[in-house]
Design a protein around this ligand. Structure first.
Ligand code: SAM
Length: 236
C-alpha cells in the first residue's frame, strides 16, 4: 500500500468521500488516505490528525514527499481536537476498534456541527458506533463490507439525521444496509461470529450458574437467534 495504491479497505473508505470535500482523517498514520484523495483531485482540503509522534512524523513526511502541503495539513492531537467546528465537511476514521471510534466522536461532539458525513471503518464492534449514531442523531446512509488478507472489515457512512429513525437491535448489530444486502462476506462474518458465540456458550454452560453468566447466556442466545433468522438458517 502507498499513497497512490490504497488497500481495498482504505479504498472503500475513500470511495465514500464526495468530490470537492474538506476532510479530516483522524488517526491518519502515514496519511495515505488523504494523500490518495489529493492525488485523485477528490478533495479541496484535508487535515490529517495523529495523536502519536511516530505516525505524526510519517504523515508529515508522506505529505511532503507527495508535494501535497498546499492541500493537506498534518496536525498532532487526540481525536477531533485537531479541528475547529465548521472546518471540514467529512470526517474519516479508519483502522481502530468501534468503541475507540465512538469515544472519539463522543469526546469531540462540539466539533461536529457543520460535518455532513462521517465515514468510519471499525476493525471490531461496529455496534458501538451504530449505538452512538442512534443516541446522537446520525443516520446510516450506506455501509460496505469487505474481506482483505483474511480479515473482514465494515465501513459505515452516516449523515446528520433529518427525521428521527429508530434503529432496531438487529440494525445496530448487523447494520441496516448490510443485513438487507446479505453479501457473501456478510454471511461469512456472521457464521464466524456465531461459531465463536457457540463456543462461549458451551464454556458458560460448563462454568456454572451465576446471575452474570445467566445474563451473558441470554445475550448470546438472543444474538444467535437473530443471526440465524437474518441468515435464514433453518436449524443449526
Ligand atoms: N487510519 C489508518 C488506516 O486505517 O490504515 C491508520 C490506522 S492505525 C491502526 C490507527 C492510528 O490511529 C494510529 O496511528 C494511532 O496512533 C492513531 N490514533 C489512535 N487513537 C487516536 C486518537 N485518539 N486520536 C488520533 N489518532 C489516534
Amino acid at each position: 500500500m502507498n499513497s497512490y495504491q490504497l488497500s481495498d479497505r482504505l479504498h472503500t473508505v475513500a470511495s465514500f468521500v464526495p468530490k470537492g470535500s474538506s476532510i479530516a482523517d483522524i488517526g491518519s498514520d502515514h496519511a495515505y488516505l488523504p494523500c490518495y484523495l489529493g492525488h485523485q483531485l477528490q478533495i479541496d482540503k484535508a487535515v490529517a490528525g495523529e495523536v502519536a509522534e511516530g505516525p505524526f512524523q510519517s504523515a508529515k513526511r508522506q505529505v511532503k514527499e507527495d508535494s501535497l502541503e498546499h492541500l493537506i495539513e498534518v496536525r498532532k492531537g487526540s481525536g477531533l481536537e485537531v479541528i475547529e467546528a465548521g472546518e471540514v465537511d467529512v470526517i474519516t476514521i479508519a483502522g481502530m476498534g468501534g468503541p475507540l471510534i465512538a469515544q472519539i466522536l463522543e469526546e469531540g461532539k462540539d466539533r461536529l456541527p457543520g460535518v455532513k458525513r462521517l465515514i468510519l471503518q471499525p476493525n471490531i464492534n461496529a455496534i458501538s458506533i451504530r449505538d452512538w449514531f442512534s443516541l446522537n442523531g446520525w443516520t446510516i446512509t450506506d455501509e460496505a463490507i469487505l474481506e482483505e488478507d483474511g480479515k473482514i472489515y465494515e465501513v459505515l457512512v452516516a449523515e446528520p439525521e433529518t427525521d428521527r429513525m429508530e434503529m432496531t437491535f438487529q440494525d445496530r448489530l448487523l447494520g441496516p444496509v448490510l443485513s438487507k444486502e446479505k453479501s457473501h462476506v456478510f454471511q461469512k462474518k456472521w457464521k464466524q461470529e456465531y461459531n465463536q458465540w457457540e463456543k462461549i456458550l458451551n464454556q458458560i454452560e460448563r462454568a456454572g450458574d451465576t446471575s452474570h453468566l445467566k445474563d451473558k447466556k441470554k445475550e448470546l442466545l438472543e444474538k444467535m437467534k437473530l443471526v440465524s433468522e437474518v441468515l435464514n438458517w433453518e436449524k443449526r
